[in-house]
Design a protein around this ligand. Structure first.
Ligand code: PRP
Length: 175
């Protein structure tokens, strides 16, 4: 395993506590419904897996993949759909499931897209949030840091998603 320099932002235990709290909120809000949970690949796969195991209702679950921005897309706000939803969301209650809402552009785009497809309402459930432009409906942990994070689905060049904790990287020390 490569050695990385950084601080543990959330331990496995802390992550589990936040996931349990989110599941409790969803269990209360969706106890009489069959919503569609839409996970955003790739990052959300671990959170989605942990979350759904604790749900006491039976949602339908699917995934989308959107183009990740590297450099200019973030500033232009241009996002492309790589893998679409494979469930008809017309008239359905939808919950977007994200590992992190960072700028907020991804969930804003996806939420608009799902509303256009007839979903109603579209809520956002994210494990981590640090957006100033989007206010997710369900947030596991509100971030105060702007540092680069890895683990629990979050990657650095597609690696480290499997770390069971979240590490705040010291990018200078890892160069
Ligand atoms: C990350 C994360 C969100 C998005 C959030 O995905 O999983 O989907 O960025 O960023 P935003 O709020 O600034 O739009 P990324 O595009 O890096 O792809 P990945 O999930 O495959 O790592």
């Amino acid at each position: 395993m490569p050695k990385l320099s950084g601080n543990i932002l959330l331990t496995q235990k802390e992550i589990a506590k936040h996931v349990a709290e989110l599941a409790q909120q969803l269990n209360e809000d969706y106890k009489h419904q069959v919503p569609v949970l839409v996970g955003v690949l790739n990052g959300s796969f671990i959170f989605m897996s942990d979350l759904v195991k604790q749900l006491t209702f039976a949602p339908e679950i699917c995934f989308v993949q959107l183009s990740s921005y590297h450099g200019d897309i973030k500033s232009t706000g241009k996002i492309d759909m790589i893998k679409d939803v494979d469930i008809d969301v017309k008239g359905r209650s939808v919950v977007i499931v994200e590992d992190i809402v960072d700028s907020g552009l991804t969930v804003r785009y996806l939420s608009d897209y799902l509303y256009e497809k007839g979903a109603i309402p579209v809520k956002i459930c994210t494990f981590l949030n640090r957006s100033r432009i989007v206010k997710p409906d369900y947030v596991g942990c509100q971030l105060e840091t702007n540092k680069f994070l890895i683990g629990y689905g979050l990657d650095l060049d597609n690696q480290f998603r499997n770390f069971p904790y979240i590490l705040e990287l010291d990018m200078e020390a890892n160069k």
